[in-house]
Ligand binder design. Structure first.
Ligand SMILES: CCCCCC/C=C/C(=O)SCCNC(=O)CCNC(=O)[C@H](O)C(C)(C)COP(=O)(O)OP(=O)(O)OC[C@H]1O[C@@H](n2cnc3c(N)ncnc32)[C@H](O)[C@@H]1OP(=O)(O)O
Length: 393
């Protein structure tokens, strides 16, 4: 069977070399619409592919094919070939896996990839960097890609990895890039002793010209975009919870596929203490995961869970002793990252897709309620209290 499939593949891929090829970009490249590749850039890239000195390999050619189709025809719109039509089914699967990626983004990815392929086939034999990825705007987030795993690391240990406004933007950009890069699995983790202490409460002190109302409006819009990225993320998403987690870093865990935690971790959502209300779709995912009364204890009364409790309630997949946490978790993730990436994506789609519409509606509602909450006296007083060092969780 393998021989038969291999023969089919060789025939088909050799045919492909004469046609337009493209691969998703390997680096972080989130650009505004004005900076996307033009049709002329795309046409040039299509011609350049035919001049490549080295055969980029079947997997890359398949990606080039899929991106070319997406860039020229949009999302896959033809019937799925039959099971025995191996070649056309493989091509169809690759095109279909690009989902609703816009023509412009596909065109850009095609151009970026061809430019990387051309560069690498021209330079003698550059050592591939371990972390082949452009870094985000601030040092507070570090994104690396290695062994089939893209890791997004919160890197503000002195502030317990509290999330600044810039970090929300950078995480959105990193997730968008990771959804299209070569990795099979994406991981979110923290540096230092905390996983994340949630929203940086000083975010609320930078009042724009429009005052509190404008601040609440733009924070709600950012929150909605941020959570949407987790809802829509197409690949396996794993949280490696290396220490205590607070606020939004806990609520979004319901949108991850797997959550590994050190036994030092705790899970705390003190929204009432802060005059706020749940976000990250937790008002929907938590009752589903742990039942409504356990969810209420966390989300209304701010009950802090130990790692073992969070695991017993289904929020955490598995707890590891702190001493061996990193070693055990990364060894396991490396093994998982070798599994066929398309199969993992498709399985995730089946598991998650029927919930997506609901999750988007929940996210919109939670963001709009918070927009009001952030303008309330209860919330303002709680933040002022933290900032004046009177209150700590
Ligand atoms: C676009 C907006 C979207 C908003 C979405 C809504 C999100 C909601 C939430 O996430 S609610 C949760 C908010 N988080 C908190 O309320 C946590 C506040 N922090 C604390 O209570 C404590 O710092 C602690 C329990 C996390 C850790 O205590 P401890 O171990 O004693 O350390 P320190 O308090 O000394 O912290 C060290 C250093 O970090 C600063 N810091 C910690 N967390 C935050 C934070 N969330 N915001 C701002 N700053 C934070 C802390 O002030 C110390 O700074 P310093 O060294 O004093 O300069």
């Amino acid at each position: 069977m393998a021989g038969l499939a291999g023969r089919f593949a060789r025939r088909w891929f050799s045919g492909l070399l004469g046609s337009p090829l493209q691969v998703p970009a390997l680096g972080l490249h989130v650009r505004g619409p004005a900076m996307l590749a033009s049709q002329k850039d795309f046409n040039n890239a299509v011609s350049q592919v035919k001049l490549l000195k080295e055969d980029p390999g079947n997997e890359v050619k398949l990606k080039l094919y899929a991106l070319y189709k997406q860039a020229t025809e949009g999302p896959c719109n033809v019937p799925k070939p039959g099971m025995l039509d191996f070649i056309n089914k493989t091509k169809w699967d690759a095109w279909n896996a690009l989902g609703s990626l816009s023509k412009e983004a596909a065109r850009q990815n095609y151009v970026d990839l061809v430019s990387r392929l051309s560069a690498s086939s021209e330079s003698p034999s550059p050592e591939a960097p371990a972390a082949d990825r452009k870094q985000p705007e601030s040092d507070s987030l570090v994104v690396t890609s290695e062994d089939g795993i893209t890791t997004i690391r919160l890197n503000r240990p002195a502030k317990k990895n509290a999330l600044t406004t810039q970090m929300y933007h950078d995480i959105i950009a990193a997730l968008q890039a990771a959804s299209k890069d070569e990795s099979a699995i994406t991981v979110l983790t923290g540096s230092g002793d905390y996983y994340c202490s949630g929203n940086d409460l000083t975010n609320f002190t930078h009042l724009p010209a429009g005052g509190l109302e404008e601040m609440a409006r733009s924070a709600a819009a950012l929150l909605r975009d941020f959570v949407n990225c987790f809802i829509d993320f197409p690949k396996p998403l794993v949280a490696v919870v290396n220490g205590p987690a607070v606020g939004i870093s806990v609520t979004i865990l319901g949108l991850f596929d797997v959550v590994y935690a050190t036994d030092r971790a705790s899970f705390h959502t003190p929204f009432s203490h802060l005059g706020q209300s749940p976000e990250g779709c937790s008002s929907y995912t938590f009752p589903k995961i742990m039942g409504s009364s356990k969810a209420a204890e966390m989300l209304l009364f701010g009950k802090k869970l130990t790692a073992q409790e969070a695991c017993a309630q289904g929020l955490v997949t598995e707890v590891f002793p702190d001493g061996t946490f990193q070693k055990e978790v990364w060894a396991r993730l490396k093994a998982y990252s070798k599994l066929p990436p398309n199969a993992m994506r498709i399985s995730k789609q089946i598991i998650r897709n029927r919930e997506k519409e609901k999750l988007h509606a929940v996210n919109a509602e939670e963001s709009s309620v918070l927009r009001e909450r952030w303008q309330s006296d209860e919330c303002m007083n709680a933040i002022a209290s933290f900032l004046s060092r009177k209150a700590k969780l």
